[in-house]
Write a protein that binds this ligand. Sequence first.
Ligand SMILES: Nc1ncnc2c1ncn2[C@@H]1O[C@H](COP(=O)(O)OP(=O)(O)OP(=O)(O)O)[C@@H](O)[C@H]1O
Ligand SMILES: [Mg+2]
Length: 311
Amino acid sequence: MDAITVEDLTKDYPTRKGPVQALSGVSLRVERGEIVGLLGANGAGKTTAIKILCGLLRQTSGRAEVFGVPSSRPEVARHVAALLEGSRNVYWRLSVEENLRFFAGLQGLPPYEARRRCAELVAHFGLGEKRRTTANLLSQGMKQKLALACALVKGTPVLLLDEPTLGLDVETSHELRGMIRELATGEGKTVLLSSHDMGVVEDTCRRVIILARGRVVADDLVPNLLALFQTRAYQVSLRDGLPQDARARLARRFLTFRVAEGERAVAVELPPEQDVYTLMDALREEGVAVDGVSRVEPNLEDVFLRIVRGE
Ligand SMILES: Nc1ncnc2c1ncn2[C@@H]1O[C@H](COP(=O)(O)OP(=O)(O)OP(=O)(O)O)[C@@H](O)[C@H]1O
Ligand SMILES: [Mg+2]
């Protein structure tokens, strides 16, 4: 059985100007033990989908289930916990420890078990010194760690993480990425994670689902998505630069044609029907002396931008 099943999910937010459709027929599945990235521009519907899946928000239509339990049912809380955007799942006026105990209590853990788990998480996230500090006085990164700890303390098999590394410094972000990977590999948890940080996504996710305007526009393993855009981009280093008029003519022939490395190179993207020989011929025709050619490996960010722009 899939850990997460979403089928033909729609969500309209009622507003004074009429309904805003945040999700328009989203279908997706996440298997047990997978870490899947949920990507999309601002307003694409990521937070809406996550809130529906953890039962905070009711869908307009369609199916959203965690281990077969509809997310609108209270029992879903046994299976899924969420770190919400901006660490909104923690109580600002409670201390670190009080937050953790509160969430452990909600899950109905016996007190000794709750205490053990809280202490473990406090140590794991390096929050020991701030145990008795109220959440509103924590730094952004500490809030984020507390928010993740509050989601973890429940011990659910599925975790929804909405922008878990937002506002974290480089080191903390790396630390958290490691922790997220460990959740799946070490503990067999299922993670659906939204992020605008492609480094985080490339580092943690095996598969990504891309939303655009409330619809799924891509759903594939990261290497497959990267392969989709491979071999089309080249960097050519030039022996003696490029005259203005030649540059303009060349720019018209290719998808993109950018001067790089302070005029010492050009970055070129070929349309599907052309190959690297077309490019070399075009440069030769313009009398451009070429020093070397290398293929540019696309990264997830390029792929994401092109998919979202509908290329
Ligand atoms: N409470 C609300 N009332 C009305 N419209 C809303 C509400 N919450 C979200 N929306 C709208 O729903 C759409 C999806 O928003 P959502 O927050 O799910 O996007 P997101 O993908 O999480 O974006 P971001 O990357 O900025 O966090 C947007 O058009 C947004 O304006
Ligand atoms: Mg969001």
